[in-house]
Design a binder for this molecule. Structure first.
Ligand code: F6R
Length: 583
């Protein structure tokens, strides 16, 4: 979704620093962008539709600048609608993430101003413009912010000052040496400093060359800075030798899993204890995180014999009556900012329930709101589609279910075996086999992916990956559902991926494969051994319940190569954004 980057400090090339910052936010998904600087003789703005790519800006030297990548909500994709937006005097600039829910009403009230865009954001800049007649920028922005309804983050620039405010949409401040940063995303600040302050809801901040002051949004009272150190490495956020972040992140999975095996024991035990003591545990996530949660449900059943409830974040609110003060919601979210997850946990906390979370982003909203949290430790995930954060969540859920089942040691051993197999799958010859398969099926319109038991959510996830990066229509479904409808779609040459690990699902899934083959399906078996029904076989060694991880890696590779061979950019799928912060 939209991204914000602002700079103020000792360097005088603010425009380049901001542009670089915006490039680091590109992965979030956007359709237009803009940069503004104060060059001594007023504000100068450059705005463009499309991707930043190799763009350079020709803006004056300045020590203060502000930029934005826009993912259109109110108003189409155009230069006029791109941020920053200026007031009528062209001395004040505003960028904004979120939605101003009462913008129509405010726009009517501000009719004496000349509006040049269709955005909700422009009401903010004119509101501040009116208020600043009698107030400082900090007072005016805070008052304007209180008039807007919704979950928003706003950054304004006037003179040599940036003033920011947040409620429900993330903002991170960076503390460098003689220079200060603001961004919607900590990873964009990482190349400059690891010292960050995560702004809380209903807080504002003033940034100038002298430093940063955090203020209470209503009272204006100063709040003590609570700086934290990011433990991500700057190079983790770069492509390095890889052509795309998606493949880089697929290859990072062994390291991520290894780290979880080595470091998470104590936290896993504590969370297992929390689940043990709760009366009703609910696993929630969206998209890929929902698939991880569903894997969790199967693991809790087979390994721990523990009943948990699964739901997608956007539906969870409709089941709120199940929640009691004894419930525990275990929320899964890479970004920790997904609006449906944040709403779900607010709702749960209002009902007195406790919230635990698995998230990748230190200081994210979910992280801060949770009563108990475990960080995935996967490092920045920059590809829009989630890969390493998915397997990291499964690895943690895996250890958690074994801990709950009183089989902690066994869980660790199986995960270590799984790790070995992931490493083997990522060897050149095995990756090449997936690439060859992608070449064979890349022009197909449809792809069906089936699995049973633990492999059912794996098939949903593989289909999601294929859809979002290659735009092939892919459907994942439970193998047993074949005869209830989907088999009608199988015709000569239809590629059908079959996950057939060595577990209790093997016999039934092979029968399903035979039925699809009998209708002309081209059967791709992902299994520990070859079978006559497979037209194409990709070997995945048996790792017991670790198959949820190993089979997912094959699905990710297939999606990646399908995307590349069809000429799609896997890192920036159309219409998608990395972190879904609006409904
Ligand atoms: C798919 C994908 C999305 C996210 C979903 C939740 O590849 O990335 O489906 O998984 O938007 O995001 P988080 O985990 O940040 O809550």
């Amino acid at each position: 979704m939209c991204g914000i980057f602002g700079y103020v400090g000792k360097r005088n090339n603010a425009a380049e620093i901001v542009l670089e910052g915006l490039k680091n936010l590109e992965y979030r998904g956007y359709d237009s962008w803009g940069v503004v600087v104060e060059g001594g003789e007023g504000l100068t703005v450059e705005k463009k539709v499309g991707k930043i790519g190799e763009a350079k800006v020709s803006l004056p030297s300045s020590n203060v600048g502000l930029g934005h990548t826009r993912w259109a909500t109110h108003g189409g994709v155009s230069v006029e609608n791109a941020h920053p937006h200026l007031d009528c005097t062209k001395t004040l600039a505003v960028v904004h993430n979120g939605i101003v829910e009462n913008f129509s009403k405010l726009r009517k009230e501000l009719k004496k101003h000349e509006f040049v865009s269709e955005t909700d954001t422009e009401v903010i800049v004119h509101l501040v413009e009116d208020l600043i007649q009698t107030k400082t920028l900090s007072e005016a922005l805070r008052e304007a912010f209180r008039k807007i309804v919704g979950l928003n983050a706003v950054v304004s620039l006037k003179g040599n000052q940036l003033v920011v405010a947040r409620n429900g949409s993330p903002l991170v401040l960076g503390l460098g040496e003689g220079e200060f940063f603001v961004s919607s995303d900590a990873s964009a600040i990482l190349p400059h400093t690891k010292e960050v302050v995560f702004l809380e809801d209903n807080q504002a901040a003033v940034l100038d060359a002298g430093g940063i002051k955090v203020l209470d949004l209503s009272s204006g009272q100063e709040i003590r800075l609570k700086a934290q150190k990011l433990d991500w490495k700057s190079e983790q956020a770069n492509l390095g030798q890889y052509p795309h972040f998606m493949i880089k992140e697929i290859y990072e999975q062994p390291k991520v899993i290894e780290n979880i095996v080595k470091t998470s024991e104590k936290q896993v035990e504590e969370l297992a204890d929390l689940i043990q003591r709760s009366y009703g545990t609910f696993l929630v996530g969206c998209g890929t995180a929902a698939h991880a949660a569903l894997v969790g449900q199967y693991l809790f059943s087979r390994v721990a014999r523990r009943h948990v409830n699964f739901n997608v974040g956007s539906e969870f609110g409709y089941l709120e009556h199940f929640l009691t003060p004894k419930s525990l919601v275990l929320a899964l979210s890479q970004s920790g900012e997904t609006i449906d997850i944040i709403d779900s946990i607010k709702n749960a906390q209002n009902k007195g329930a406790r919230v635990a979370s698995l998230t990748n982003v230190l200081g994210s909203t979910l992280y801060r709101m949770s009563d108990y949290k475990i960080l995935l430790g996967a490092g920045p995930e920059k590809s829009v589609c989630a890969t390493k954060s998915f397997t990291a969540k499964i690895a943690l859920l895996f250890l958690l279910s074994f801990a709950l089942g009183g089989r902690k040691r066994e869980g660790k051993e199986v995960l270590e075996q799984t790790l070995k197999e992931v490493k083997r799958l990522l060897r050149e010859e095995n990756v090449k086999a997936v690439e060859k398969l992608a070449d064979k099926i890349k022009d197909k319109e449809h792809l069906y992916i089936v699995g049973r038991g633990l492999s059912y959510p794996v098939s949903l996830e593989a289909a999601l990956k294929v859809k979002e990066v290659s735009y092939i229509h892919a459907e994942g479904f439970a193998g047993g559902e074949l005869k209830h409808g989907v088999i009608a779609l199988i015709e000569k040459g239809t590629p059908c991926v079959v996950f057939a690990p060595r577990d209790e699902t093997y016999g039934a899934i092979i029968s399903g494969a035979m039925e699809m083959k009998a209708r002309g399906g081209y059967i791709i078996g992902i299994s520990f051994e070859d079978h006559e029904v497979f037209d194409n076989w990709l070997k995945v060694e048996d790792t017991g319940d670790g198959s949820a991880v190993t089979n997912s890696v094959v699905g990710q590779l297939l999606a990646y190569f399908l995307a590349v061979k069809r000429g799609c950019d896997p890192d920036k799928p159309r219409n998608l954004a990395k972190s879904v912060t609006v409904k």
